[in-house]
Design a protein around this ligand. Structure first.
Ligand code: ADP
Ligand code: ZN
Ligand code: ZN
Length: 853
């Protein structure tokens, strides 16, 4: 007997209660903790030869029928078994590589295997009961011409309606010059009396004279009348539309072109003029967009050197190398990705390209689609369930060779992956955010998963960024990745790849000069506004020149840290060296790492000033101010409030790119690759807002943001200026960003991480608890810490240096009426403490968190 181990799709409960009718307990006690919800079933004879790992099946479960995924096949089972009922789909829904990756994900992220498996499937494919409809492929009638052009007219005549009047008129048209008597005419036409002839005469179409009957109107008029009676016009329209299209048309597309209906189509079908077939219609997310095809330019010498490395140590090596391209914005990294894709396709393999957010990277998507027409598809959460299903299926069937998308694109079922690219690899959006409301899934990091997937599939891995994450740069320093530097900015404007060396055809641009404005000085000079004199002057100059400006405001941390407006000192926890958070209700400052409380100072402990203030500023205030000082400037706001709807990102950016506005005020990073040659000024209103969040990544985030923002200015010959306003101009993150100096930032930041044992030197796992009741949240967190400490002691002999921090209220301590508490585990592999641990309901496990707010 053969057996299948099946992951069943039943509700996840971290703690099991056994009431009657509920799912049985897991087979072994070990299963309870890690949610390894697999159960054994035996194969009925009709499935013996067919069933494979990755198949979606129906299995009996208690009194129910549920769906499950075949995890693996076995020759024995540890328990008595029931049979697998039947296949839910003929082909496996997971590939062997995907199954292996899923097992790794569940282990690494201490996640439920069921939730992990869901990552790989389009929404709704795995259903809970047979009642709910599965997303089916959309089927639609397709209309195809079925007769050769020369036969259309004769066949069409078989559809002509024949009425007595039409018969008479037609005879007269066919026999010009003949003048039969009304009676003879009726007889010839097979009519019993001449009443039809008389009716035609009364309508003025024929004349009855002594010589006989004749047409009373010109031939053309008679022919038109006949056509109407014959009723062929609606058919002709359909045939003409099909002939014009030259390809089969979907019914709905045909309806959009001509006024027709199903009755007409059926008639044409019966006459053998068209074929009507129901087919699966692929809902293409790129439908309706056209991407001008583009050819590959000749590489610059710097690109050529980088490409040679990737080719030799990636595509020619076994196992293929992993690469980190550290290249300034506009240095031509995307061109390298395109070259790598070309090589991959030539080897008969396929590519996954990750971008941080599709909506923010329309130009990047266009470049891929334009270079490889018809071979690119996109996946992202903005697609309808139907579109996602179609894309998933098309990819699995091998219809596309390049998948572009955000982190979830890693789970696309490409049959032959050979290349994985992560553009802008430093972006936080590559990590599934554990802070998001309702995101009760696997908090995976696409970078980590990409490494694993590349190893499993022997794919080349390329990460690229102007500001690599500390993790990736550290890994490169440690020899786990090959570091490739690109320091020169290619000026793409108005250039085409000419013959000869690319360097001759390419102009290099310099990075824009960055001015740091010390806001403390502004205050001393009596300027209390949110705009420095310098930024205001630059803004006027830009507008006067008819150019565009971007004013940037950091979205996070519009709250609450305390800063002296005279000396810039920020109140910190002396123990943890993180900024303290101002809590309005309790009127205290709290450390979100150690939970210590401090009184709010009346005077600055550093300079004794009384001008101590809680920080915060919104896009609206900036907008108001700009309209005051430059009433004629056209403003556009780009933040979470204005970009709620699907596609609004793109429309706002498109309007700005079309110069429908002079100033863009935004909290979002300006789209990568967007061509904005008129933008010559970028102003950062307050570099400090993100810098003083109680998170060890605050400096890194700020550095990345400032560098990226600065990279948006001056992408053309007009050049550009960047103005960064800050109360702490001496901070290394701000200094390094202003000088476009990644290396010096990295050294300083790594030293800080080393000193405090933060990633990438050591790793973190974060446990977050949500509860509506503050006491409950606090209690549960304390219990959790107790459990963890016990475990830690039990593990201690194994020699793992680990520590447990907390419990503390999270920085965003209250969210939608829930209290959020957290516990941090720090160590070389902090998840060791959690594997196999029964984790009570209500906890989220976040391994390698990107934020600990
Ligand atoms: P990055 O991805 O590093 O920001 P891109 O690949 O987008 O850089 O290149 C910046 C600009 O330079 C783009 O407009 C691109 O088309 C152009 N470009 C890049 N490489 C070349 C080349 N070899 N020849 C001509 N233009 C190039
Ligand atoms: Zn001070
Ligand atoms: Zn502290």
């Amino acid at each position: 007997m053969r057996y299948a181990e099946v992951i069943v799709n039943v509700p996840i409960r971290r703690t099991f209660t056994t009431r009657q009718g509920e799912p049985p307990l897991p087979e072994s006690p070990d299963d309870a903790g890690n949610e390894w919800r697999t159960f054994h079933y035996h194969l009925p004879p009709h499935l013996e030869e067919i069933l494979q790992p990755g198949h979606l099946v129906w299995v009996p479960f208690g009194r129910q029928q549920v769906q499950g995924i075949v995890w693996q096949l076995a020759d024995s089972a540890p328990v008595p078994t029931r049979p697998v009922e039947r296949l839910a789909r003929p082909l496996p829904v997971l590939t062997p590589v995907q199954l292996t990756l899923a097992a790794w994900l569940a282990d690494y992220y201490v996640a439920s295997i069921l939730e992990v498996v869901r990552l790989f499937l389009p929404p709704g494919l795995l259903t809970r009961s047979g009642r709910k409809e599965q997303p089916r492929a959309r089927r639609e009638l397709q209309v195809t011409l079925a007769a050769p052009p020369e036969e259309l007219e004769t066949r069409l005549q078989t559809l002509a309606r024949s009425t007595p009047q039409a018969t008479v008129l037609s005879w007269l048209l066919d026999h010009p010059g003949e003048r039969p008597s009304p009676g003879d005419l009726a007889k010839t036409c097979g009519l019993r009396s001449d009443s039809t002839v008389r009716t035609l005469a009364s309508k003025g179409l024929v004349r009855i004279q002594v010589e006989g009957v004749s047409l009373a109107v010109p031939r053309s008029e008679a022919e038109a009348q006949l056509a109407t009676w014959r009723g062929l016009a609606p058919y002709r329209q359909v045939l003409a539309a099909l002939q014009e299209a030259g390809t089969p048309l979907w019914k709905s597309d045909l309806y959009a072109r001509v006024p027709t209906d199903l009755k007409t189509l059926r008639a044409l079908h019966r006459a053998g003029l068209i074929r009507l077939e129901e087919r699966v219609r692929f809902r293409d997310p790129l439908a309706g967009r056209s991407y001008p095809p583009s050819a590959a330019p000749i590489l610059t010498s710097e690109q050529e050197a980088v490409w040679q490395q990737i080719w030799q140590r990636g595509f020619q090596a076994s196992p293929p190398g992993k690469f980190l391209i550290h290249g300034v914005t506009g240095s031509g990294k995307t061109e390298i990705y395109l070259r790598a894709i070309e090589e991959t396709l030539q080897q008969g393999r396929q590519a996954i390209v990750l971008v941080p957010e599709i909506a923010l990277t329309p130009q990047t998507v266009a470049r891929f689609a334009g270079r490889f027409p018809g071979r690119v598809t996109v996946v992202h959460s903005g697609l309808s369930a139907g579109e996602r299903y179609d894309v998933w299926r098309a990819i699995r069937d091998g219809d596309f060779d390049i998948v572009v998308g955000p982190r979830s694109a890693l789970f696309a079922p490409l049959p032959r992956p050979g290349l994985i690219v992560l553009d802008e690899e430093h972006e936080a959006s590559y990590k599934q955010n554990a802070e998001e409301w309702g995101s009760d899934t696997v908090f995976y990091d696409a970078r980590t998963v990409a490494h694993r997937l590349a190893e499993l599939t022997q794919s080349v891995l390329i990460l690229g960024s102007a500001t690599p994450s500390l993790e990736s740069y550290f890994a490169a320093q440690q020899g786990q990745m090959i570091l490739l530097e690109m320091s020169r900015r290619v000026m793409g404007h108005g250039m085409s790849a000419g013959p000869g060396s690319a360097d001759e055809a390419v102009a290099y641009a310099t990075l824009p000069p960055v001015e740091i404005v010390d806001m403390r000085q502004e205050l001393r000079a009596g300027n209390r506004s949110i705009f420095s004199r310098s930024l205001e002057a630059e803004l006027h100059a830009t507008l006067d020149a008819g150019e565009q400006a971007i004013l940037f405001l950091n979205r996070r941390g519009t709250s609450t840290f305390v800063m002296c407006r005279d000396c810039g000192a920020v109140q910190e926890c002396p123990r943890c060296e993180v900024p303290l958070t101002y809590h309005e209700r309790a009127a205290v400052l709290i450390c979100h790492h150690c939970n210590r409380r401090y009184p709010i100072p009346e005077r600055c402990p550093n300079c004794d000033s009384r001008r101590i203030k809680y920080f915060g500023s919104g896009t609206q205030r900036i907008e108001e101010y700009v309209s005051q000082i430059a009433p004629r400037a056209r403003l556009l706001r780009w933040d979470a409030d204005t970009t709620g709807r699907k596609g609004s990102h793109e429309s706002i950016l498109a309007r700005f790119a079309a110069h429908e506005a002079d100033v863009l005020v935004g909290t979002q990073m300006i789209a990568k690759g967007l061509d904005l040659p008129l933008v010559t000024l970028v102003g950062v209103i307050s570099a400090d807002t993100g810098l003083y969040l109680p998170d060890f990544r605050s400096a890194e985030r700020t550095f990345q943001l400032l560098t990226q923002v600065a990279g948006r200015a001056g992408r053309s010959q007009r050049g550009g200026r960047v103005v960064i306003q800050t109360y702490t101009p001496e901070h290394y993150a701000i200094q390094a960003a202003a000088q476009h100096d990644y290396a010096s930032f990295y050294r300083r930041e790594l030293a800080f991480r080393q000193e405090h044992g933060y990633p990438p030197v050591r790793r973190l796992a974060r446990l977050i608890y949500w509860h509506r009741n503050l006491e409950k949240a606090q209690e549960a967190s304390q219990e959790m810490v107790a459990i963890l400490r016990q475990r830690l002691e039990a593990l201690a002999p194994a020699g793992q240096a680990m520590d447990i921090m907390g419990p503390v209220p999270a920085f965003f301590a209250r969210y939608r009426g829930y209290y959020r508490w957290q516990v941090l585990i720090r160590g070389a592999d902090p998840a060791v403490l959690l594997r196999g641990l029964p984790i009570p309901f209500g906890w989220r496990v976040d391994v390698d968190p990107v934020s600990i707010l």
